[in-house]
Design a protein around this ligand. Structure first.
Ligand SMILES: Nc1nc2[nH]c(O)nc2c(=O)[nH]1
Length: 369
């Protein structure tokens, strides 16, 4: 197996990261600094016929399931799907339109790739009707959090993001994920944010643990390099191995993921839910424990979460919401994020505490997850 001997060099299509300190990937405000700056106004927006009750961008992109999409307008987010740089925005009637910045492919094909990523085959409003019928708390929250959809991300991209996420907050995770992303092929700049295709496993293997440590990854540096090595050692290829987990039952997928360095049950459940079609995967941490013991298993309220109890929490969610329980968990999880909690009537808060200050929707959240 190739070892990490090559220094990280950016190919011609990938401008080197800015000389700002490690992990600071700031928007570039001046288009002169970046001649490739993409001007959104000059591009076409294609209506997608997706209503905001099926997909509400501010509740889907900056709420802890991906850290690669950037807010590039009041109701507009930009990110990369495969090799396509895409902006999505809400039109005046709430529906979604897309702008494909870099695509040379047929519009029909790119739309299919985007629809796959957006999981459009699953009807959110139908799911929520069922969840609301079986849970009065869900029914109370749903009107405030409509369109909070679960994405179907690329498994490698999702895995690396969630290894970065352990014991971390959204701002810092985003900085780490930006650093890793900048190793991929540069696709363009939108509203000062530079976008890259997610790096391949081979490309990721060029970065050493030491380089990641210097860049501020701390102990997660070794998890990333070792997981990359473990994936590259898989017969048939690591990307193929990850994709094959989509066909396994949930427990087998979780067991397989947790063999990777830095992947515990929570990271595995996030990867399973957000990239592997495991719709009843339930990420469990202290926040989710709080939700579960308040609303689903009150008999365990006041006790401490131990690894043995993870299964109890997952069972409680699946018992209540069924085979798409992970989608219900996502709404309940989002309702606890300080940015969203501030927008809810306090009667709906899980924990009675001081009302969080009302953030502007356009601001990035700094939230522990
Ligand atoms: N829907 C959820 N998103 C998450 N992100 C993160 O880090 N944890 C969670 C989670 O439990 N649910």
């Amino acid at each position: 197996m190739k070892k990490r001997s090559r220094p990280i060099s950016h190919p011609p299509s990938t401008p080197p990261p800015s000389s700002s300190p490690p992990l600071k990937s700031k928007p570039i405000s001046n288009s002169i600094k970046n001649p490739k700056r993409t001007l959104l106004t000059s591009l076409n927006w294609v209506p997608l016929n997706i209503s905001k009750s099926e997909l509400f961008l501010p509740l889907t992109f900056p709420t802890g399931q991906t850290f690669r999409w950037k807010q590039t307008g009041p109701l507009q987010f930009t990110g990369v799907v495969g090799s396509h740089l895409v902006s999505l925005k809400h039109l005046d009637n709430g529906d979604i339109a897309a702008c494909f910045h870099t695509s040379k492919d047929d519009l029909f094909d790119v739309k299919l790739i985007l629809f796959d990523f957006l999981n459009v085959g699953i009807c959110l409003s139908e799911l929520w009707e069922v969840f609301s019928g079986s849970d009065s708390r869900f029914a109370q929250l749903a009107p405030y959090l409509g369109g909070a959809r679960v994405l179907r991300q690329d498994p490698l991209e999702c895995l690396v993001q969630f290894i970065c996420s352990s014991n971390n907050n959204i701002k810092r995770i985003t900085q780490m994920v930006d650093f890793v992303s900048s190793l991929g092929v540069y696709l363009g700049t939108v509203e000062g944010f530079r976008f890259y295709e997610f790096p391949s496993l081979d490309r990721l293997s060029d970065v050493s643990e030491q380089e990641l440590r210097v860049a501020g990854f701390g102990y997660r540096a070794k998890y990333i390099t070792r997981t990359v090595d473990a994936l590259r050692a898989k017969p048939g290829g690591g990307v193929e191995w990850l994709a094959s987990l989509r066909d396994l039952d949930l427990q087998m997928a979780i067991d397989a993921l947790t063999t990777l360095p830095g992947v515990g049950p929570k990271v595995a459940a996030c990867v399973a839910l957000f990239s592997l079609d495991q719709h009843h995967a339930i990420p469990v941490d202290t926040h989710v424990w709080q939700i579960a013991t308040t609303h689903l298993i009150p008999e365990l309220a006041g006790t401490r979460l131990t690894p043995k109890l993870y299964g109890r929490v997952a069972e409680a969610f699946v018992g209540k919401y069924g085979k798409y329980a992970g989608w219900a968990q996502t709404l309940l999880f989002i309702a606890e994020l300080p940015s969203q909690k501030a927008l809810l009537p306090s009667i709906l808060w899980t924990t009675a505490e001081k009302k969080p200050s009302k953030p502007k929707r356009s601001k990035k959240n700094v939230e522990d997850i």
